[in-house]
Design a protein around this ligand. Structure first.
Ligand code: ACM
Length: 539
């Protein structure tokens, strides 16, 4: 393919830069994200049916982690380790509270034994993922499985390592979200941000306001092609769906077993046309609102009336019951102020509250959301627009319009998650030749760019930089029309992202990463993922 020439040329340059020893290390230990310390050792540990696996079976989470690992070994080899009785040839899981990081782990693989040390179940889980990546993917059936000897001391650079999945623009079934979670967990991602509503759909069953899922979950049809194409064409096919509360609770549990927290996003006061289609009384104007069939920023937003806040309090209660985590994301992005400017109610409210303008009214709205969230025992996260008109007191900011918002928030000592479009939006194109890719919104985020991103902006002083909680890759799905394309947009870029989120800058090296990626592409394919071929050595 013509588009591959550039990449092939780049491959030659990159691979010639892989020094032999380091290249061999990457080949022998294809772990993504790259561990903090990895000391190669000679020889292998042979896992056989006689290998004894030792752990404290009374600890339920650990039991789950170890049995899942043993099941993976069985799947690859055709035998199940655990039959051994002697002290020799053992894989031993040892809790060790002295480890410096609660999510960290130590791995000591010698020809005689494997010892896994961890302070918490999270650390044990991450050690198990590293072991899965160290094992040959397709060993000869019935033959010992050889684990390369090594010493690893590992821990994450950032506490927050997230992925956003936009299920509002596109409904994805629970089975797909589980598959996605499995792959995220394999790369030590610990947060799934579910974007649950937008102008084009509402996805959570609501017991207090059922028209949200009865009406708001369905759009009549969807615009075809790019949103700027003229004339506009529509597919004439209804699209939608919603998750029952039981399904969402099941997802929370499924993700939790893989040490992933789900953060729900209820995006307000903008991106709310599906809410208004269900409950028009929460808008500022009398209108026959419909669930939107087009992409882009919409002018119909929620009105800051008391009845709107009563509604949001009720939704918050339902969300809090389903999602037990600390955070709820309240959106706050892209809020055109047209309706608030037209509204006599909003203008009167601005006067009454002595606010300067509609930006301060937006800030008022977000503060009210924060009060509602606090009353439900939650902290809020909002997109960086929530800085405009003044931040709510304890809000965490997601910096998406570049890094500026994140820098400003961190300097105000607000926790910040870096999600700048140009480095973390995996709905952008992956190559400069767009013809070989599915239609996208636009932009260009190749693998090396997401790999090279440093979530801590250089201009931040260390005292402020500590407010950078981490980073998140975002898969918006206006143009992602099916599961295979969602996978194609996600992989292999999520592998690069995982290393950005976990590994210290000094441990990152793109040519070595590409060597490790090769094996991981096979892992992903074994998981049934469609992996984009846009990486050196990819075809
Ligand atoms: C966003 O991309 N509107 C957060």
């Amino acid at each position: 393919m013509r588009s591959m020439y550039g990449i092939t040329f780049l491959t030659i340059i990159l691979l010639s830069a892989v020094s032999t020893a380091a290249g061999q290390e990457a080949g022998r230990y294809p772990v993504i994200p790259r561990p903090a310390v990895l000391t190669p050792m000679a020889g292998n540990f042979a896992v056989t049916a006689g290998t004894q696996v030792v752990w404290d079976r009374r600890q339920a989470a650990l039991h789950h982690i170890v049995t899942a690992l043993v099941a993976d070994i069985s799947k690859r080899t055709g035998f199940s380790p655990g039959g051994g009785k002697s002290a020799g040839n053992t894989i031993r899981f040892v809790r060790d509270a002295s480890l410096p990081n609660t999510a960290g782990y130590r791995l000591d693989i010698s020809p005689a034994s494997v010892v896994v040390r961890f302070a918490t179940d999270t650390g044990a889980y991450y050690a198990a993922q590293t072991l899965r990546q160290l094992m040959p993917l397709h060993p000869q059936k019935g033959k010992p499985l050889l684990l390369p000897a090594v010493k690893i001391e590992d821990q994450p650079r950032f506490a927050y390592r997230g992925v956003l999945l936009d299920v509002a623009r596109r409904y994805f079934p629970v089975s797909f979200i589980k598959k996605y979670i499995d792959a995220m967990a394999f790369y030590k991602i610990n947060t799934l941000h579910l974007h649950l509503n937008d102008d084009q759909g509402w996805r959570m069953e609501s017991r207090s306001y059922p028209r949200l899922h009865e009406t708001g979950a369905w759009r009549k049809e969807t615009v075809v092609g790019h949103r700027t194409d003229r004339p506009e064409r529509f597919d004439g096919t209804p699209h939608g769906g919603y998750y029952t509360q039981a399904e969402l609770k099941e997802l929370v549990q499924y993700a939790g077993e893989r040490f992933i927290a789900i953060i729900p996003e209820i995006d307000v006061p903008g991106h709310s046309q599906a809410i208004l289609a269900a409950y028009p009384q929460f808008g500022c104007i009398d209108s026959a609102y419909t669930v939107s069939t087009r992409w882009g920023v919409h002018k119909d937003i929620l009105c800051p009336k008391e009845e709107t806040f009563a509604f949001l309090r009720s939704i918050m209660a339902e969300v809090s019951d389903i999602f037990p985590g600390k955070y709820i994301h309240i959106g706050g992005d892209e809020v055109p102020k047209d309706r608030w400017k037209q509204s006599a109610f909003c203008q009167e409210l601005i006067r009454k509250l002595s606010l300067k303008d509609e930006h301060e009214l937006q800030s008022y709205f977000i503060r009210r959301m924060e009060d509602i969230a606090h009353a439900a025992g939650k902290q809020i996260i909002g997109w960086d627009e929530i800085l405009e008109g003044g931040l709510a007191p304890n809000a965490t900011v997601m910096s998406w319009r570049g890094e500026k918002g994140g820098i400003a928030a961190a300097r105000q000592h607000h926790y910040t998650i870096m999600t700048p479009v140009q480095y973390t939006y995996i709905n952008l194109y992956q190559t400069s030749d767009r013809k070989s890719e599915p239609l996208s919104n636009g932009g260009f985020l190749p693998l090396n760019k997401i790999y090279g991103y440093d979530p801590v902006p250089r201009e931040l002083a260390p005292a402020d930089a500590q407010y950078i909680l981490g980073t998140q890759a975002c898969l918006w799905t206006e143009y992602v029309t099916n599961e295979a394309d969602a996978e194609f947009m996600t992989f292999p870029r999520l592998c690069a992202f995982a290393e950005t989120a976990w590994s210290e800058t000094g441990r990152k090296n793109y040519p070595y990463f590409l060597v490790r990626l090769k094996e991981n592409v096979q892992h992903l394919k074994d998981m049934g993922m469609r992996v984009a071929p846009f990486f050196p050595e990819g075809e």
